[in-house]
Design a binder for this molecule. Structure first.
Ligand SMILES: Cc1cc2nc3c(=O)[nH]c(=O)nc-3n(C[C@H](O)[C@H](O)[C@H](O)COP(=O)(O)OP(=O)(O)OC[C@H]3O[C@@H](n4cnc5c(N)ncnc54)[C@H](O)[C@@H]3O)c2cc1C
Length: 502
């Protein structure tokens, strides 16, 4: 079959994945990336001695032998994905009451610890553990996304329902409620509500917690020893090895359309690049409303972009410190006794991530400590646009106030900081163009997470979408699969046989 060209917008994980599968299937693929490095939100940046990693916390489905591992092998990240086993998932601590719980792979220990902290909630605790165990038995933890829904037979959803029949109860009834709602109705103790909400996000369905805890218990999630950027760079290397080309600092302004067919891209610098097929793995809103000028939108898509909640943007502070944190949990959610004043917000929940599990992020005797919390897009974006000096000053003030809070838990840390870096929601947007700083796309509400979004647009040929805006909730495996699916769909439209071999 004659070689055809493909233009891919975005060198995030989805765009890189699409590029690899495109090359495997006989396309000549070129990726156009806005930023100067691969990875998108799976980002890391160097400051002095330190590598600040602002992306992936843990990788799902990584150990060799897992079904997902084949995907990692195909994309050249089998080594990067050969992760550090994760025994400890998270510690949750409440400063006011002093109550604290550490979530590990040991579900019996978790049940015991939670019951000790909140004896009146034994029924809800038992339900959490029983649900997790049932999820372990269900087969859902393979996380394989198979073929794109668009290419399956019309009976495929029915077949899937049939195969799920024994586990359906896990996804329905009260387990389909958002965790916050479930906790409000079924959990008495405020502390336990905080624990359940902190296990992931308050908005996810309860069954999502079963899935996370099940993956943890099975040893199917791990930490990336070399971090997010190395993971992305390995896929980029695979793409280049397959013959693909990446152009950085190349921001796509428009998708070129002729006779209702995508025929290439125009960059912000005015240059035009023709291609037989276009895949956008960039921000969904920018793709649909700006690059395609809103021309191929149906009512459901418009409504989704009007009303669906997005992931709350984040403010992240990285401290490079001249110390280690032996024995400290790598991840902690802290409920502050006194909220932190940040713009219009009173922040009472902060995440603390200590990069004490790998020597990759700092030289011996030094470590990175990271603080992150939900932040307000309008405030930070507005401040940056209106008054750059005040924006910088406010970043420095917040970093200093947050450090003072860490002092209570890691005495001496304030005097040991050598480098500080603050990334606001505006920073996320500046480097990745995700709308409103929504670093994982749509909020994984029960409705969003159960919805299969279309990847092609009615009336437009030669165009497919990939990335976290077409797989609600994002995440590494879904984003990688979305890139593969976009190429599978393109192949089908052109009557090519899809292959994962080179
Ligand atoms: C802090 C953090 C922690 C996370 N933790 C985990 C985790 O533990 N486990 C997990 O599975 N997932 C995690 N994720 C989510 C996961 O990393 C993302 O869902 C996934 O990487 C998204 O990839 P993507 O390619 O779809 O999108 P993006 O990374 O947003 O990539 C889009 C790319 O398109 C480029 N682009 C945008 N507009 C244009 C344009 N006009 N022209 C050219 N290029 C453009 C951007 O610069 C970007 O590189 C985390 C994310 C973050 C931020």
């Amino acid at each position: 079959m004659p070689e055809k060209s493909m233009a891919i917008i975005g060198a995030g994980l989805a765009g890189l994945s699409a590029g690899c599968y495109a090359q495997m299937n006989g396309y000549r693929a070129r990726i156009f990336e806005h930023h100067g490095q691969p990875g998108g939100v799976a980002a890391a940046w160097r400051r002095g001695d330190y590598l600040f990693d602002g992306g992936i916390h843990f990788l799902m489905g990584a150990p060799p032998g897992q079904p997902l591992f084949r995907l990692y092998e195909e994309l050249g990240v089998a080594d990067a994905a050969r992760h550090l086993g994760l025994d400890l998932y998270l510690n949750l601590t409440d400063e006011t009451s002093g109550r604290s719980v550490t979530v590990t792979r040991d579900l019996d220990r978790l049940a015991r610890d939670l019951r000790a902290l909140s004896p009146g909630d034994a029924p809800a605790i038992d339900e959490l553990i029983a649900g997790t165990r049932a999820m372990q038995r269900s087969g859902f933890l393979d996380l394989e996304m198979g073929r794109p829904r668009e290419l399956g037979s019309p009976l495929a959803p029915l077949r899937q329902l049939w195969s799920m029949r024994r586990a359906l109860r896990l996804f329905g009834g009260k387990f389909a409620l958002p965790v916050s709602e479930y906790a409000r109705r079924h959990v008495q103790d405020h502390w336990l509500r905080f624990v359940l909400e902190g296990l992931f996000m308050p908005e996810v369905p309860v069954w999502f917690l079963f899935m996370i805890l099940g993956l943890l218990a099975e040893g199917r999630i791990g930490l990336l020893e070399r971090g997010s950027l190395a993971f992305a760079r390995d896929i980029e290397a695979r793409f280049r090895e397959l013959g693909g080309e990446v152009t950085y600092h190349a921001t796509v302004a428009r998708i070129l359309v002729e006779g209702d067919r995508a025929v290439g891209v125009r960059l912000e610098d005015g240059s035009e690049h023709r291609a037989d097929v276009v895949i956008s793995a960039a921000d969904g809103r920018a793709t649909l409303f700006e690059m395609l000028e809103g021309r191929y939108l149906d009512a459901a898509t418009k409504e989704r972009y009007r009303s669906w909640p997005r992931i709350r943007p984040m403010l992240m502070i990285n401290y490079g410190v001249r110390r280690e944190f032996p024995g400290e949990p790598w991840e902690r959610i802290l409920r502050l006794a006194e909220p932190l004043a940040v713009g219009p917000q009173a922040v009472s929940l902060i995440g603390i991530r200590l990069f004490n599990y790998s020597a990759h992020f700092a030289p011996p005797g030094k470590r990175v400590a990271q603080v992150a919390f939900d932040a307000d897009w309008d405030y930070w974006h507005g401040l940056r646009e209106q008054d750059g000096a005040r924006y910088e000053a406010e970043k420095a003030r917040v970093a200093s106030d947050a450090l003072a809070r860490l002092e209570r838990h890691y005495p001496g840390i304030a005097a040991q900081v050598e480098e500080t870096d603050v990334a606001t929601p505006h920073t996320t947007w500046r480097y990745t163009r995700n709308y409103g700083g929504a670093y994982m796309g749509w909020m994984p509400t029960p409705k969003a997470i159960m919805t299969t979004l279309p990847r092609t647009l009615r009336g437009l040929d030669g165009f497919t979408m990939a990335g976290q805006w077409v797989v609600p909730g994002g995440g590494v495996p879904p984003s990688l699969y979305s890139g593969r699916h976009a190429v599978e769909i393109a192949c089908r439209l052109e009557r090519r046989r899809f292959t994962t071999r080179t």
